[in-house]
Design a binder for this molecule. Structure first.
Ligand code: SF4
Length: 333
């Protein structure tokens, strides 16, 4: 399609973690068959002028041959280069001394690491014993290696006190070994696995005072009650724009999704092994998919009336709340 750019992320190697907050959703790790990457990229070559190809959409660099993989991702891209972002694998940083030099060689200056609490909580939320020690070791190795860690903390009712301790640790590190260490707190979205954490979602008034200055987007944060009031007279339908730049996620079963939300059944657009490229690409460009058709059949006011809780003080960003409501609706169909 003339002028269209595709960002194509293929879940080739999966992820070592099973985070309780994972908005993408949990899926088994399945090693790719030979030529899977060439097949996925070339499926879309005729339709897009520019393609950024990524062999990961869960954990970047989870495959042991990450150097060759990076070169292959670049080679499979079309009139574009994949980006590095500020993401990496703390699993690999903790285990592989060649990894930080690689990250630096491809221009990574900061790496974001996710915290959920202290040892027991961190391990439970990441889904692996030893995850807390690994993330602390990864932070230490990054600092020694000249890469700035950015600690992001997901806060909820059960871990809010532990997040204060993490912040204290971050401040100590800033004062001693790494003045540039970045730190922020947020509540996270409410889709994928994270929707299951709705019962412990933080109430806005329960956010500890000392964390408000480092709370991302605190000024725009609403209670669920405020979100419901905002939407109760909004009779428009959920609208998901694709535009000139489309991002697609491809699962290890070759199912295709937009990047709007989790990778669950209602959001499947089609399957690269089963669907003919002309018609699947047309569906993608025109938004002719099950979820987007269902979106036209409902309104925000109706969704808020059916699924919203006007007595709730749980904290949401408005767009996250809207996605929560719409996914509740899709899951009910
Ligand atoms: S949130 Fe990221 S690291 Fe955690 S399970 Fe999901 S993809 Fe893996």
């Amino acid at each position: 399609m003339k002028g269209k750019k595709l960002i194509l992320a293929f879940d080739m190697y999966g992820c070592p973690n099973r985070c309780l907050h994972c908005w993408i959703g949990h899926m088994p790790n399945v090693l790719p068959e030979d030529g899977a990457d060439d097949f996925v990229a070339s499926y879309f070559y005729p339709y897009f002028e520019r393609i950024e190809f990524y062999s990961w959409l869960r954990e970047p660099d989870f495959c042991p041959d990450y150097r060759q993989r990076w070169e292959k991702d670049k080679a499979l891209s079309k009139n574009a280069e994949p980006l590095r972002f500020e993401l990496s694998s703390f699993y690999r940083i903790a285990r592989d001394d060649g990894y930080i030099p690689f990250l630096k060689s491809v221009g990574v200056k900061k790496v974001q690491l996710s915290f959920f609490g202290l040892k027991e909580t961190q391990d439970r939320y990441v889904g692996r014993r030893g995850a807390y020690e690994e993330i602390m070791l990864a932070s230490e190795k990054l600092i020694k290696g000249g890469v700035i860690p950015r600690w992001q903390c997901f806060i909820n009712e059960e871990n809010k006190k532990e997040i204060i301790s993490i912040y204290e640790t971050a401040k100590r590190i800033r004062e001693t070994v790494c003045a540039g260490l970045e730190f922020f707190v947020h509540e996270g979205s409410c889709d994928g696995e994270n929707e299951k954490l709705y019962p412990v979602r933080i109430e806005k008034d329960h956010i500890p005072d000392e964390l408000i200055p480092v709370y991302h987007g605190y000024d725009k944060l609403k209670t669920e009650e405020e979100c419901c009031l905002l939407l109760e007279n909004d009779d428009t339908s959920p609208c998901f724009e694709t535009g000139d730049e489309i991002t697609l996620y491809v699962s290890n079963k070759y199912d295709v999704y937009y990047n709007f939300t989790n990778m669950t059944k209602p959001w499947i657009i089609g399957n690269l092994k089963e669907d003919e490229p002309d018609s699947l690409t047309e569906k993608i460009i025109n938004g002719d998919t099950y979820a987007l058709k269902k979106a036209k059949e409902c309104s925000w006011s109706g969704l808020a009336a059916k699924y919203g809780d006007k007595t709730s003080k749980k904290a949401f960003e408005t767009d996250d709340y809207k996605m929560y409501l719409f996914n509740r609706y899709l899951n009910d169909l």
